[in-house]
Design a protein around this ligand. Structure first.
Ligand code: NAI
Ligand code: NA
Length: 396
């Protein structure tokens, strides 16, 4: 069977197992090429199957020879349907980790639930004893709070005023103006409930209560700031409130880990094409201009380059972890460079449907988007029958 991309709006309904496998292999090769990192050896990654979480799992495993337990929520393949990309990524990751003699097991289910937490704690207890690093990298539009049973939905809205700006449909390249209505009060609460720090704290409390965190254990969650251009819909919008909450939670987790010398960090990462960010209006246009400039300046990075640098130059230097005035790790430093932001802002003013393919890196955006689903990946022969991989059951 030949698998082709089938788009519906901002999502792709199909995924290519060989492309996913090649993506994972490329990320592994990149991490290996950068040398060993004196990092954690027993690592739990929550949100391990795509984006920054997958890059974290790969960097721990192939940078520091760590055993990894990955938690994620992905669809396995079924009759006539491909799996979701994260499922193929994780199958490929496990295969490569096992080949390298590294421990790797995965738990596929709702990380917000008590059941998946229980299952994970039990696995850590039996196989690891304790973990020394917990990466928290969930991105979800919905969360059911296990204590209240209430299901919260996050929204991406400005707060207070209608926000009008340019956006691009990255499939067609059409630049248009979009107006987004401001949030209502429960939108903020709901978004904070989904993407804030409450669940991160629950995970860390549960791990601590059962003595599953090693002395000096570290936990890291990911955040975003971005330029003033996107502030109304991102950092000062509903999602920004959730990120404020996530960042504040780092301090309360650190407090709760004092007796084991543990530490919680938030790392502010670069804007990248992921399933989550493609769904936010305005952001894809910003990313396509940002990519253009960062590539020109020779400082462009993808998820694996970001996370490898986070580990090597921030978390595991053997010195104190450098943070900003709010205690955050900044690995968005190259994105936020003044010269880069000035150039992006100038392009933003000029961008139209007619000139975007020259001004911006729409090609790069599309390629990264297709790559998320295992399509358009270098080194893959898409005319080859992908059948034997569709049913792979190597996840354990
Ligand atoms: P992603 O969509 O690539 O990955 C999300 C992960 O969460 C996947 O492994 C998915 O399976 C898992 N997941 C979602 N719901 C789940 C559930 N209920 N139970 C278990 N697993 C679940 O997202 P991405 O972009 O890597 O985001 C990760 C973090 O990084 C988020 O906090 C995001 O805000 C942050 N970030 C993203 C940036 C971007 O430009 N993409 C920039 C800076 C930070
Ligand atoms: Na992730």
């Amino acid at each position: 069977m030949i698998i082709e991309p089938r788009m519906r709006g901002f999502i792709c309904l199909t995924a290519h197992p060989k492309g996913a496998e090649q993506n994972v292999k490329n990320q592994i090769e990149y991490v290996k090429s950068k040398g060993k990192i004196e990092g954690a050896k027993k690592v739990l990654v929550i949100g391990a199957s795509t984006g920054f979480g997958l890059a974290s799992r790969i960097t721990s495993a192939f940078g520091s020879d760590a055993g990894t337990i990955g938690v994620f929520f992905e669809k396995p393949p079924s009759e006539g349907k491909t799996a979701s990309p994260g499922w193929y990524n994780s199958a490929a990751f496990e295969t490569e980790a096992h080949k390298a003699g590294l421990y790797a097991k995965s738990i596929n289910g709702d990380a917000f639930s008590n059941e998946v937490k229980r299952e994970t704690l039990d696995l850590i207890k039996v196989d690891f004893g304790q973990v020394d690093l917990v990466i928290y990298s969930l991105a979800s539009p919905v969360r059911t709070n296990p204590n209240t049973g209430v299901t919260h939905r996050s929204v991406l809205k400005p707060i207070g005023n209608v926000y009008t700006n340019k956006t691009v449909d990255f499939h067609t390249g059409k630049v248009s103006e979009i107006s987004i209505e401001p949030s209502k009060e429960d939108d903020i609460e709901n978004t904070v409930a989904v993407m804030g720090g409450e669940d991160w704290q629950m995970w860390m409390d549960a791990l601590k209560a059962e003595n599953l965190l090693a002395d000096g254990a570290t936990t890291v969650a990911y955040s975003y700031i971005g330029p003033s251009l996107t502030e109304p819909v991102y950092r000062k919008g509903t999602i920004g409130r959730a990120k404020d909450h996530l960042e504040a939670t780092a301090f309360s987790i650190t407090d709760s880990l004092k007796d084991i010398n543990g530490k919680a960090y938030v790392s502010v990462n670069k804007a990248l094409v992921t399933q989550a960010s493609s769904a936010i209006p305005v952001i894809p246009l910003y990313i396509s201009l940002l990519y253009k400039i960062m590539k020109e300046e020779g400082v462009h990075e993808g998820t694996i380059e970001q996370i490898q640098r986070l580990y090597q130059d921030r978390l595991y230097t053997g010195k104190e972890v450098p943070t900003d005035e709010k205690g955050r790790i900044r690995i968005d430093d190259w994105e936020m460079r003044d010269d880069i932001q000035e150039k992006v802002a100038a392009l933003w003013e000029q961008a139209t449907t007619e000139n975007l393919s020259e001004l911006g890196d729409l090609q790069g955006y599309r390629k990264d988007f297709y790559n998320l689903f295992g399509f358009d990946v270098k080194g893959v022969n898409y005319d080859e029958d992908a059948n034997e991989m569709i049913g792979i059951q190597s996840l354990q």
